[in-house]
Design a protein around this ligand. Sequence first.
Ligand code: 13P
Ligand code: SF4
Length: 303
Amino acid sequence: MTVTGTLQDKILALKKQRNAVILAHNYQNAEVQDIADFVGDSLELVQNAAKTQASVIVFCGVHFMAETAAILCPDMTVLLPDEHAGCPMANMITGEQLRAKKKELPGVPVVCYVNTTAEVKAESDICCTSGNAVKIVESLPDNEILFVPDQYLGTWVASQTKKKIHLWPGFCPTHAKIRPEDIIRLRQQYPEAKVVVHPECRPEVTSLADQVASTGGIMKYARRDDVHQLIVGTEIGILHRLKKENPGKLFIPVSIEASCPNMKKITLEKVLWCLQEMKPVIKVPEPIRLKAKASVERMLAVK
Ligand code: 13P
Ligand code: SF4
């Protein structure tokens, strides 16, 4: 089929032909968000993937996100427009390293952040996202937990619960660029503004915020009637949606350096190309998929 017109027209026509759905994370390039059927945070994207009726998912995000969709939807074709769009934090722990750590902490349940490989999910008791991490940890009967791989999300969770949390030294290099001194300066410059930050930020940053929230939680916070100006401490891709959905409000990024190079690898050209070629397909070997699925489904079952 030859479709003339813009890149967007071609993507939309081919998407229909392939019975595909386009899911995009809140950190995606603006034009990719604008072509998506659904834009959301990690939890919302997992929930959406689990219930879609399409035959193909084009996952505009990073590798672990597409892999999570492939874990939940083995009969669907999951495409990641750039297979090199990885998450450095997810690569900070391997299945082998986790198995060794579990031997040091026998009987301690493992909560893994969704930013992990399928192999690490398969080795974990339950998965979580930044939007539900506290609830997931609280849902477990145990008083001691091993939390992997994000030490800062783990530290944030520990501050919200009485449980003893063993941390893994992983972190997000993009959120590490969000500095407390920038928040202090921006608070002086915008005294009326509220401050919201992502829990992947360092504790010296989260301690300065009015609200600590997932990207979905940040979207919700921005809609509040008492929020007119918002200093935003997370990856800058979220500003597109914040501005689009809240005209008349002012959004100030803590740092324009907080741009995730992997999220930005997804472009409209690559979205079109992956729909034309039907690759790269993300698939998880069946024995790992089944174990990883159990850990993701345990998370989805927590109300
Ligand atoms: P959320 O969208 O769940 O807040 O996650 C942020 C993130 O860094 C995903 O890589
Ligand atoms: Fe990974 Fe950080 Fe990029 Fe999210 S923002 S995908 S945690 S590197």
